[in-house]
Write a protein that binds this ligand. Structure first.
Ligand code: SAM
Length: 202
């Protein structure tokens, strides 16, 4: 495995020295920051709400949520390294109890904060069983709560069609899992557009 493919394989679960490189890329690459900002804009967190991110990586989107409104946030990531980077990035909010960051998967989401008004993920759905993920998300959301999943394909030769195909798959799984009011948004990013599927829990 060459260095590039070793780094790419880390995006699923960053660890060790290469994981630190991945954390740095996630927190600084232009397209990554843009899709984080775009997703938080779509989610539109409001003061008093509880917001959960699955696969929070180094905590960039959680920081944006906290800057935007007086929210309480939960973040989950199965990479211990990413959780420690997210804690460092959101140090004050963690100390004040406005952010609870946990190592694990969606089923380890902080119960004290549940149920959530909003639950989101950014470039994580390609790594999970979608039906299980949707079922767990539904259990964690309030009735009327908002689900948002953003995806920007990053594999070699990725295309807009790859992004749209994933959006259709997610949309179908959400419908089968009892979500309503689905809508698909798209943003023109380099090298490939990103999609976000939004839905409402009943
Ligand atoms: C491509 S990175 C994206 C990180 C962040 N959402 C962002 O866009 O900056 C994927 C992240 O999801 C985490 N992850 C992947 N599968 C996961 C799962 N099943 N449960 C929790 N975290 C997961 C990885 O550890 C990694 O931090």
């Amino acid at each position: 495995m060459n260095l590039r493919s070793a780094v790419v394989s880390q995006f699923k679960r960053p660890r060790g020295i290469l994981g630190r490189v991945v954390g740095w890329i996630l927190a600084s690459r232009g397209s990554n920051l843009a899709r984080n900002r775009w997703t938080v804009d779509l989610l539109d967190p409001k003061s008093g709400e509880r917001v959960l991110e699955i696969g929070c990586g180094p905590g960039v989107a959680l920081e944006l949520c906290l800057l935007r409104a007086n929210v309480a946030v939960g973040g989950v990531d199965h990479s211990a390294l990413m959780v420690s980077q997210a804690r460092r990035r959101n140090f004050n909010a963690v100390r004040e109890g406005r952010a609870v960051l946990v190592e694990g998967t969606i089923d380890d989401a902080p119960r004290d904060l549940a149920p959530f008004d909003k639950l989101f993920s950014i470039n994580v759905i390609q790594f999970v069983d979608l039906a299980d993920f949707a079922a767990s998300a539904r259990r964690l959301l309030k009735s009327g709560g908002v689900f948002a999943a953003t995806y920007q394909p990053r594999h070699p030769k990725a295309t807009r069609d790859d992004a749209r195909a994933m959006a259709v798959r997610v949309n179908d799984v959400l419908r089968q899992s009892g979500f309503v009011d689905m809508r698909i948004e798209e943003i023109d990013l380099k090298p490939v557009p990103a999609v976000c599927v939004l839905a409402r829990a009943v």
